[in-house]
Design a protein around this ligand. Structure first.
Ligand code: AMP
Ligand code: MG
Length: 285
């Protein structure tokens, strides 16, 4: 199914066999839990404990590209396998009308991890999703290209609010609602999905390149660093985010020996873009 962030591989969150099929289709390590996608706050309250800060963030950003990690309620509405055995659950209400309609019609939460094979760039079109995991899908919904193109921001509210994954909602936007985010290193148990190499094309990726080598394809940004694939000729971060994964895929299909990416500013949405680029290049963010 399309969402405003990327295409997801959707399955009944309560059904361990359906969830196992999603892990298998992605080749995803099963210690990496999945996000439960809900139609609205009422459905979210059935699966997770909401306190004041969670209510405030949901009121401000839902439906939309924000995932909240909360204590799981114990009725197994999101099965153990989907939560990778944790007593917490990641919840998001997507804004895309097709995703919303699907979840509302189904009547319960669905897991919907990005429809790529584990470690690969997320698909932002149905064609890319079909290339990655289409064989596993019983049915597909075409919503056209994804408007945002980057995964949701993941915020843990288990103690001091903590940014587990930078994403479409910026750090500053979150802090405007809940105050300063904890700077403590997110421990591996709490954000199990933060693999080093992730979102990665097949070709090696070099970052912050202003002079590409002859055998590299150059992914540019802005008027200063045009590149063969310019993420945003006018230097707009939202446009660059929307183009990022499809351009990395296109660069990957070229005859080049590597992908050289121009510098992308780090503020605002640039934090999430640079996080994905560092992982595509194989560095821990
Ligand atoms: P994806 O499904 O590819 O969008 O990735 C989901 C992200 O949410 C991964 O980084 C997971 O590790 C993270 N996540 C999901 N559930 C939890 C949880 N209960 N606690 C912490 N992180 C989670
Ligand atoms: Mg993913």
């Amino acid at each position: 199914m399309p969402t405003e962030t990327v295409y997801g591989l959707a399955a009944d969150a309560a059904n361990p066999r359906a969830v196992a099929a999603v892990y298998a289709a992605k080749g995803r390590p099963s210690f990496n839990p999945l996000i439960a996608h809900v139609a609205d706050l009422a459905m979210a309250r059935r699966i997770a404990g909401f306190e004041a800060r969670a209510e405030a963030l949901a009121a401000r950003f839902w439906p939309g590209p924000l995932t909240l990690v909360l204590p799981a309620s114990d009725d197994m509405a999101v099965c153990d396998l989907a939560r990778a055995g944790l007593d917490t659950v990641a919840v998001r209400a997507p804004a895309h009308p097709l995703a919303h309609a699907l979840i509302a019609a189904f009547g319960g939460p669905v897991v919907a991890p990005s429809a790529n094979r584990s470690g690969r760039p997320s698909p932002t079109t149905l064609a890319d999703a079909m290339d990655e995991t289409g064989a596993a899908a019983a049915a597909v919904l075409d919503g056209g290209p994804c408007a945002i193109g980057l995964e949701s921001t993941v915020v843990s509210l288990l103690d001091t609010p903590r940014l587990l994954r930078p994403g479409a909602v910026t750090r500053a936007e979150i802090e405007a609602v809940v105050g300063p985010l904890s700077e403590a290193e997110a421990d591996a148990k709490r954000s199990p999905g933060r693999l080093t190499r992730h979102y990665a094309p097949n070709l090696p990726v070099r970052l912050n390149v202003t002079e590409p080598r002859d055998d590299e394809v150059w992914v540019g940004f802005g008027p200063r660093w045009p590149g063969a694939f310019n993420l945003s000729p006018r230097g707009d971060l939202a446009e660059a985010a929307a183009n990022l994964f499809s351009f990395l895929r296109a660069a990957d299909r070229s005859q080049a020996k590597g992908i050289a990416v121009a510098p992308v500013p780090g503020e605002g949405l640039g934090e999430a873009i640079n996080d994905r680029l560092r992982r595509a290049a194989g560095f821990v963010g």
